[in-house]
Design a protein around this ligand. Structure first.
Ligand SMILES: Cc1cc2nc3c(=O)[nH]c(=O)nc-3n(C[C@H](O)[C@H](O)[C@H](O)COP(=O)(O)OP(=O)(O)OC[C@H]3O[C@@H](n4cnc5c(N)ncnc54)[C@H](O)[C@@H]3O)c2cc1C
Length: 550
């Protein structure tokens, strides 16, 4: 019996090997394409357990087999791609299992937009949603430690994960949550896989305190590496392994249930839009705006602006709003394009409060300060529809690039850089200087200004023979620049195949060894998503880059 046949003999969900299924799951939103041998759709956690046990045994018998989890498949790093078994959660394991108070239990395959509709009925949200909120699912948000436009105030997904149920290499379900002193001490005495993991992770963290603390990122967001620095809070006596599981890209085990603590957002918001022509003013603008404490502070550049106007019909379709009304609201942008008045950078600062009056007051105060102090063009969005237009330009830019630019393809490989916000005015021109040296790179820059986190998405011709070489050169130079500022190579998108080879550069040899040890403690057989995040072969990664657009 072949592998798929063997799996069918015990698996309740679907097992597919058709060319169509293998093709459909060979891509995410990254540059890569890897065809899985088998695609499976588990019905429930028992299916996941049985499959993990099966794969463990096969691997012990010497078979080339592994398990890679996939939720929405919107990863930009190649995280959910594999040539072995890909396990897709969105078909069946997509239920909201319970919502009590502000706590919600959910399966990893639930799409964020479905989840959001449900939680909003209770006046609650998970505020760490990414710009891909319409297409991603919760399993991927947790496994990537996703973040988004509300990060400045609310932080990333890790902050909201209160419990994770995960299948470990023994094929059993294990629950991870923050443990207080007596609880984790008891775990250290426990037999079996879980006790072993707690003992070894505790030892690792205690005996390498200094290395781990030194490697703690100094920027406000990071999804690179395993967040070992957040596991043991010695002051509070709390030991919390969810901190390394979140952001681990499915390399430590398979998540079957997540408990989130949600927040009750402010009911009213007002948006200040700044049109910046002179980049020399950026430093002052960031500093002043941060004093006004916006809930979000986002940005997009002139390339993004032009693409949004150029592909206006697609854009309008995405917004699902009245085409005529939207066209009218876009007239100022069209006018700017025609008269050559496109700003170098558009900055969005959102203020929220429990009353409309208060949100408006905060926005007006900030807007006046920006206008008076810097003499820049500003406006306050008058209606929700107008605010939505600016948000859509910010959120949808990458999606438009992925779908619309004929002959060229979006090439995310320096897509998630982070430096301290106060370093941005010095950092951005240096970054642009590097990219501008390459004639074959057209690109957009959008990002989370308040966090110093930038998404640079070049457009490249896949048929260009120099493409891989350019990627290698530019990535090396850009990551060297980021690291010279003690920044992070990934604020939220994670490492996967595209950045795995740079993780050691970011954290240093000693910390990298602890990452390898962490992977080994959880997954000694290397069955969970091997070759991602750590132990990544750059050569192998490059071989998987799709060089012909299909
Ligand atoms: C247009 C666009 C905009 C984006 N904007 C943002 C952004 O603003 N912020 C941001 O953080 N990201 C962004 N992303 C990247 C991506 O959408 C997010 O990281 C998202 O959270 C991934 O979710 P997913 O369900 O699609 O995950 P997938 O792509 O399915 O998987 C992501 C990773 O999680 C692992 N995984 C999935 N399910 C499980 C499971 N059950 N158990 C263990 N591991 C699992 C996979 O193996 C993979 O390594 C963007 C992507 C696109 C295409």
């Amino acid at each position: 019996m072949n592998l798929a046949g063997e799996i069918r003999s015990f698996f309740k969900g679907d097992v597919e090997v058709s060319a169509k299924a293998r093709d459909e799951y060979s891509r995410d939103a990254s540059l890569f394409r890897i065809k899985p041998e088998i695609v499976v759709f588990p019905k429930d956690a028992a299916d996941v357990c049985n499959l993990v046990s099966f794969v463990t045994k096969k691997k012990q018998g010497g078979a080339h087999v592994s398990l890679t989890a996939r939720s929405g498949g919107t990863d930009m790093t190649g995280g959910p791609l594999s040539d072995s078994i890909v396990m897709v959660f969105t078909r069946y394991m997509n239920r909201l299992k319970g919502l009590v108070g502000e706590y919600v239990v959910v399966e990893p395959g639930m799409y964020y937009h479905d989840f959001d509709k449900e939680t909003k009925k209770h006046g609650l949200i998970l505020p760490s949603y990414p710009a891909s909120r319409e297409i991603c699912a919760l399993g991927g948000m947790v496994a990537n430690n996703a973040g988004g436009e509300k990060n400045l105030t609310y932080g990333k997904t890790a902050r909201y994960v209160k419990k994770i149920t995960m299948v470990l290499n023994d094929g059993h379900l294990h629950v991870f949550k923050p443990l207080h002193k007596g609880e984790w001490e008891e775990k250290l005495r426990e037999d079996g896989v879980e006790g072993d993991i707690y003992r070894r992770m505790h030892d690792l963290i205690i005996s390498h305190r200094a290395v781990i603390e030194k490697a703690r990122p100094v920027v406000s967001k990071n999804s690179s590496g395993y967040a070992l620095w957040d596991v043991f809070d010695e002051n509070r006596g709390v030991f919390d392994l969810t901190k390394v599981i979140v952001g681990s890209q499915g390399t430590l085990g398979i998540i079957t249930d997540i408990t989130f603590q949600l927040i009750r957002p402010n009911s009213y918001s007002a948006l200040v839009v700044l049109f910046l022509d002179d980049m020399k003013k950026l430093g002052g603008v960031i500093k002043h705006m941060m004093r006004h404490k916006p809930e979000s502070f986002e940005s997009y550049d002139d390339h993004t602006f032009r693409i949004a106007v150029k592909f206006f019909p697609e854009f309008a379709a995405r917004l699902k709003s009245n085409f005529f009304k939207l066209t009218i609201s876009f007239l100022p942008e069209i006018w700017m394009m025609l008269t050559g008045g496109v700003p170098k950078l558009v900055l969005l600062a959102e203020f929220t409060a429990s009353t409309e009056k208060e949100a408006r007051r905060m926005a007006e105060k900030a807007e006046k300060d920006m206008r008076m102090s810097f003499g820049i063009r500003t406006k306050i969005a008058r209606t929700n529809a107008e605010a939505e237009k600016y948000w859509a330009m910010r959120r949808e830019s990458f999606n438009l690039l992925r779908k619309r630019v004929r002959g060229l393809r979006a090439a995310p490989f320096i897509d998630d850089l982070v430096v301290k916000p106060e370093q941005v005015p010095e950092f951005l021109p240096k970054l642009e200087q590097i990219i501008n040296e390459y004639d074959d790179l057209i690109y957009t820059v959008a990002g989370h200004m308040g966090d110093g986190n930038f998404h640079v998405i070049p457009l490249m011709d896949p048929k260009n023979k120099r493409m891989k070489q350019t990627i290698l050169e530019v990535a090396r130079r850009v990551y060297d620049l980021v690291l010279a500022y003690h920044g992070s190579i990934s604020g939220e998108h994670n490492d996967g195949l595209i950045r795995g080879a740079y993780v050691e550069d970011m954290f240093g040899k000693d910390m990298y060894r602890l990452f390898q040890e962490t992977k080994h403690i959880f997954d000694p057989g290397n069955i969970f998503n091997p070759g991602k995040k750590i132990n990544v072969s750059l050569k192998q990664s490059l071989a998987n880059i799709e060089t012909v657009s299909q």
